[in-house]
Write a protein that binds this ligand. Sequence first.
Ligand code: LLP
Length: 422
Amino acid sequence: MFNEDIQYVSGELCVENASLARIAEKTGTPCYVYSFNRIKRNFLELESVFASFSPLIAYAVKANSNIAVINILAQLGAGADVVSMGEIRRSLTAGIAPGKVVFSGVGKTGTEMEFAFGNGIGQYNIESLEELHDLNAAAVATRRIANVAVRVNPDVAAGGHAKISTGRSPDKFGIPLAMAEDACRAAAELSNINLTGLGVHIGSQIMDVAPYVDAFRVIACKTVELREKGYTINTLDLGGGFGIPYDNEKKFPYAAYSDAVRELIQPLGVRIIVEPGRSLVADAGLLVSRAVRTKETPLRKFLILDAAMNDLMRPALYDATHPLAPVVMADEPGAELWDIVGPVCETSDTFARQHVMKRQDRDGLVAIGLTGAYGATLANEYNSRPLVPEVMVKGSEWKVIRPRPDLAEILSRDQIPDWSQN
Ligand code: LLP
């Protein structure tokens, strides 16, 4: 969780030059805190390792969709991979050029398609024939032409967890390889569809290059085959999925990935798109939480935080482990074993089991690392807990980029029907 932008300075954990303890004091806890320069650095690093094939880097907005986060990437020239009207609106508001927006997802509605056409969205990745026909209808209705990539399902297993593996045959994603030609034929025949290429996205939190190589082979072969049959394949969208080391694993092998793209994809002379989400933002974020209480039983010592599974779903959803560290380093020696939990009424509301940390007291601050991706975006209001605020740090400046919602406003959304008396 530590890097050039997240470090202890005189025993206090800082994001860039801002003290997390001060931010927590002013903003209250729990809160997400992001490093501006880390996000920027991540993008520039990716751009430089991919320089030899200069892809469009379409940031997968679902990883962290705060407009201030997307805006950093927009300024650097990123595109966006989006899956809903909300994500389209966030991306455009953040300054992403509409032509660099890729609209993905198996369930785009007609309304979303028409909205996308109205805003000049650059590419539609389609995942079924039915969707292709719906897209054509929306394009006709709005008098637009849709640039379409057919997302194929390469039948490759990949990803950190079965729940985020997306490229196997039984998965709902992509068009089976054997049906890809049918989709291209339909695309070529439909009046307002412009077939531009193929796409693939095999999963998330992938730490190894092998499944990418498998998928690239499949998509490259399909490209050659379809071109021979006269279809135009000018663009290949290679998806995202680059994993990050949550648990001291080795870094994703970007050099080997780039070699594979150069060897298998670049010779096809296509425009290349990649859709990274997690790798751009995960290590830029921390969830800062205060210990509400400690509790000791004969078997365990619990540190009960004010952050819970609704604020950070990944441990409960995927058994994910996130690094944890006290915000202020304790001076005293010694280490203890802690189960670090939230206040929600489920055993899955556990951030770490038997975690080695120095003595902790109630009111102490703890930072949960690598939570810039799929942290705030997966959060919900379970147990009527308001979404946590988000803070952006740049140098020694910091700003709340989404405030904590007001509980009264949350409650006022519910309406008792006037006929409900019994
Ligand atoms: N492109 C498409 C079509 C996707 O579905 C996804 C992620 C991405 C790109 C970005 O993948 P990334 O580079 O972030 O791995 N909530 C899960 C991750 C779900 C990923 C869903 N799709 C988690 O917290 O691990």
